[in-house]
Design a protein around this ligand. Structure first.
Ligand SMILES: CC(C)(COP(=O)(O)OP(=O)(O)OC[C@H]1O[C@@H](n2cnc3c(N)ncnc32)[C@H](O)[C@@H]1OP(=O)(O)O)[C@@H](O)C(=O)NCCC(=O)NCCS
Length: 148
């Protein structure tokens, strides 16, 4: 079953940004006992932040778009709330990010996929370029790309 009425937007208010970073932390850092604050890096201000919400504006998914060059965009910190994964939210969010990247003339999207998420990105049209790095000595990552 896919979730209908997914609202895609950029967080604007402080409250929205708090919910945005909290979901990133809870999904991508807390399960590995990483400290609060570890969900952010030094490129937050230059990046485009995107989120998916339900019709009541509850945040269900997040991702970040950054530009490595005028033609290469990179998707980072992709996370869908536990309990609402597998409902089509991630796919909608990645399509939204690709549209934003194209609007800014990017020709290619790259990302570093956790091993467990490779199948998701393949369904979204990405292909593995290479096995890249091991995060925290335990999560293998793969560089993936898609021509936009
Ligand atoms: C990986 C993740 C972002 C995918 O988002 P999602 O909303 O659950 O995925 P969707 O429901 O949009 O799935 C789209 C398609 O990919 C498939 N898919 C989703 N997650 C998958 C996975 N981990 N492996 C293989 N296929 C997957 C779905 O079955 C669906 O297939 P369909 O189009 O044939 O029905 C999300 O599950 C998540 O946040 N996981 C935990 C955090 C994480 O690993 N983030 C990625 C870091 S690189």
């Amino acid at each position: 079953m896919k979730l209908k009425n997914i609202i895609l937007l950029e967080p604007q208010t402080q409250k929205e940004f708090e919910a945005y970073y909290l979901l990133r932390y809870q999904t991508l850092r807390k399960p590995w006992n990483k400290p609060s604050g570890s969900e952010k890096d030094d490129q937050e201000n230059e990046s485009i932040h995107l989120m998916a919400c339900d019709e009541n504006r509850n945040i269900l998914g997040v991702c970040r778009l950054q530009f490595n060059s005028s033609i290469e965009a990179q998707l980072r910190y992709m996370a869908v709330k536990e309990g609402t994964q597998g409902l089509g939210i991630g796919k909608k969010l990645i399509e939204f990010a690709e549209q934003k990247a194209k609007e800014k003339s990017a020709e290619k999207m790259i990302l570093q996929s956790r091993e467990i998420a490779i199948g998701f990105y393949e369904k979204c049209g990405y292909r593995i370029v290479e096995k890249s790095y091991l995060m925290w000595d335990q999560i293998q990552h793969y560089l993936m790309e898609k021509k936009l």
